[in-house]
Design a protein around this ligand. Sequence first.
Ligand code: KG4
Ligand code: ZN
Length: 398
Amino acid sequence: MKKSAFYLRLEKTLMKILAIETSCDDTGIAILEYKNRSSRPAVLADLVSSQTKIHAPWGGVVPMLAKREHQHNLVPLLIKALSKAKLLRKHKSQIPKPKLQTINSILEREPELSKNLRLFLPKYQKPKIDYIAATIGPGLEPALWTGVNLARALSFYWNIPLLPVNHLAGHIAAGFTTLEKSDFPIMSLVVSGGHTQLVLVKKINTYRIVGETRDDAAGEAFDKVAKMLNLGYPGGPVISHLASKTKNYKLKTNYLRLPRPMLNSGDLDFSFSGLKTAVLYTLQKMTPAQIKKQTPALAAEFQQAVVDVLTTKILSAAKQFQAKTIMLGGGVAANEALRAALKQKTADSGRRFLVPTQKLCTDNAAMIALAAYYQLKNKTAKPSVWRSLQAQANLRIS
Ligand code: KG4
Ligand code: ZN
């Protein structure tokens, strides 16, 4: 075989997925490459543009502001990602623009995104991308649609198939990077700003929710408690930072002791709204001087209460469903205290522990590309045509 033919054949097996994530307040674009089904995929680009500063004054995510920022960020991020993956090539000459009218109608509700995309597309050649994966839900409806509509427009213009991805499947796939066949069944805890779910993963893409929060998500509780303590938004990182400074904290005063809601409820559900209210009542009983002095201890006690409930429930779920592996995912999985406690308890129970890197825990598009990759690897992918792809704000994983 001639050398050039050999390389041509190798190149044919190189597949690339472009992924788009806009379910909440992070704009994410990633590009994943894989050679064949047995080797591990490589992340060529993983870019996230955070909107934290925009939403911070409101103490939470404002959906219409998130939509505005996604519209603004998506095309610049796409260009950066393609360039980082060495897939950005300019056209040598001016090309006709007959397809741009359809782009305009696909992005009718996202005028800024439409304008940016119509400026970008005619200038550059079609990149070597094989699939476009997009988060279709769950999430904030207006935010989701920006990513979904960008995916539809690109799929139409470049004629590339679309892979719809469930955001929670993305959080789960983020933990799969060192996965072995023998790890199944896996008990996965997806714990983020919008979700707290125990998901039994029997095999890739076979999910069953076995427990979930009855009210607030754990991340939401972190955010609300941080707001009460005047610590800013998002609450998770700041509470975690404060709590780490009070390592081995001992409660000198009983009034700071918080409940561990539903710890012994006998089922696998959670509830965090009562914990949040307990923090509020505790604060109401304290003087301003006490609050100032005791805020780090209260943050540490709150975090410990969340960690106690989450770790206890995932361990009993793993036991109940005979899971070989325990896996953590979602923004709250970035929490050092939770990671350390669960790692220890998992080891004590003789199971394997999988947790994504902290960067892959909070919202990003690499996890969406990974979920799409595992769909393809496991032959469960259901490619969609650009006309029928839709955002589904309340999408469930099972
Ligand atoms: O997965 P994610 O980025 O977005 C959603 O899908 O919701 O999760 C965001 C949530 C926020 O509530 C944030 O406060 C929390 O994750 N979070 C943390 C930490 N980092 C982010 N919670 C606790 N400790 C952290 N280090
Ligand atoms: Zn998320």
